[in-house]
Design a protein around this ligand. Structure first.
Ligand SMILES: *Cc1c(COP(=O)(O)O)cnc(C)c1O
Length: 421
């Protein structure tokens, strides 16, 4: 084959000259042309929920494509978008009543931030600050990077990122510091919103915190009139054990962002779901109060139909049971690593399991990621560590045996690459 002209995401082409080609996806597997199967232990970057190409979702895509492609969504509507909006409102935490479509997690976050600022401007009490949690990730567009953790990934763009009020991650035993800091940040009522990943900070290293902290953050936000934006782009659709992670804290955010698992991980779609109060702040005969946001492919009918089929799968198949079984297996599977000297901080929330590999020097740490990736890939396993954080975030169809193989490989990786305390 001629040299590829494709520029891949998060890929240093100088160090990774060849990228494996996938010709077929099925259930928990990616297949190469030569028949080599790779177990997708990270759900293809956290998007695939039930398994690759669930027949019902693929069928909905096919059927819809025979009558609809893309329709301008300003001034027009279509059945898949209408039905999906109703379905999402039925599933989302109480009080979330208006669905705004976009096409990726990052854009759903941009929309949420714009809604929050628009809300305060339109009610005549402008607020312009955003409070964020340290180590968060909300996407790679400029606004989403601004509210996410700063580091090597966005150092070059730092001059463009806006200032935020950061509260510390609620590490075990230090939760009160987080709450106190948020209380202090909210006091002057300049923060339009606090944006958080509920229960699990994904790209920041699969950091987990308890539901009561989220409930307390909501309480403080409410007391100061600060909006709570729940970025459930990764945590949604059962990943943490419940449909949305907020449910575990009995929290209804003012705005909820969903994307990755929305179509079961088949095609791109996102939704930002807001309260009636936020919608009504933009509802006016004054055109200046319009919510000025759109993207060309807003509410693509085929994507909406895929998402509707996903909702129907949740309704008709024992998805919740599957998730409960997988969550229990993950919790049990990590037990053996709690006494393994090469690992620390074994943790699970719902279907997500994570543990930190003990490494020597920081320089080695920077190099370890690609080495681990190659180690797993040789064994037919797609595991993509975040630095020294190994995690499994599998599709819900993964079997007990497949999980066992993953734990065995992780154990071997510990002996090969880890260092003892
Ligand atoms: C992946 C992710 C995003 C960004 O979603 P994209 O579809 O990649 O733009 C935003 N927030 C969270 C919590 C994510 O995990």
């Amino acid at each position: 084959m001629a040299e590829s002209r494709v520029w891949h995401p998060f890929t240093q082409h100088a160090l990774e000259p060849s990228v494996p080609e996938i010709v077929l996806t099925e259930g928990a597997y990616l297949h190469k042309a030569d028949g080599f199967r790779i177990l997708d232990a990270i759900s293809s970057w956290w998007v695939v929920t039930h398994g690759h190409r669930h027949p019902r979702i693929m069928k909905a895509i096919e059927t819809t494509a025979s009558s609809l492609d893309q329709i301008i969504f300003a001034g027009f509507t279509h059945e898949p978008a209408e039905r999906l909006a109703e379905a999402l409102i039925g599933i989302a935490p109480a009080g979330l009543d208006r669905v705004f479509y976009s096409d990726s997690g990052s854009t759903s976050v941009e929309v949420a931030l714009k809604m929050a600022l628009g809300y305060f401007r339109n009610i005549g009490a402008p607020r312009s600050r955003i409070a964020v949690m340290e180590h968060s990730y909300h996407g790679d567009t400029i606004g989403a990077m601004s509210v996410g953790a700063r580091g090597v990934f966005n150092a070059a763009y730092d001059p463009l990122l806006f200032e935020v009020d950061a509260i510390p991650f609620p590490a075990a035993g230090r939760e009160q510091e987080t709450l106190d800091r948020f209380e202090a940040v909210s006091r002057d009522r300049r923060a339009a919103a606090l944006i958080v990943e509920p229960l699990v900070l994904g790209a920041g290293g699969m950091l987990m915190y308890p539901a009561w902290v989220l409930a307390e953050l909501k309480r403080i936000a409410e007391a100061s009139g600060t909006l709570l934006i729940a970025d459930e782009v990764m945590t949604g659709w059962g990943r943490t054990g419940t449909m949305f992670a907020c449910e575990q804290a009995s929290v209804s955010p003012d705005i909820l962002c969903t994307s990755k698992g929305l179509t079961g991980g088949t095609i791109p779609l996102a939704a930002t779901i807001a309260t009636d109060a936020i919608f009504h702040a933009h509802f006016s005969e004054d055109r200046k109060k319009t919510f000025f946001h759109s993207s060309s492919y807003t509410a693509n009918p085929i994507a909406c139909a895929a998402a509707l089929a996903n909702v129907e799968i949740w309704r008709d198949e024992p998805v919740a049971e599957r998730i409960a079984v997988l969550s229990a297996r993950q919790a049990a599977g990590l037990q053996r690593f709690r006494v393994n000297p090469y690992f620390t901080d074994c943790r699970t929330t719902g279907t997500i399991a994570a543990l930190d590999l003990r490494t020597g020097s920081a320089g080695y740490l920077a190099e370890i990621g690609p080495k681990l990736r190659a180690f797993f890939l040789e064994r037919g396993l797609l595991v993509r560590p975040l630095g020294n954080v190994l995690y499994l975030l599998p599709p819900y169809c993964i079997t007990s045996d497949e999980l066992g193989g993953l734990y065995d490989a992780i154990e071997e990786a510990g002996e090969r690459f880890g260092s003892r305390p």
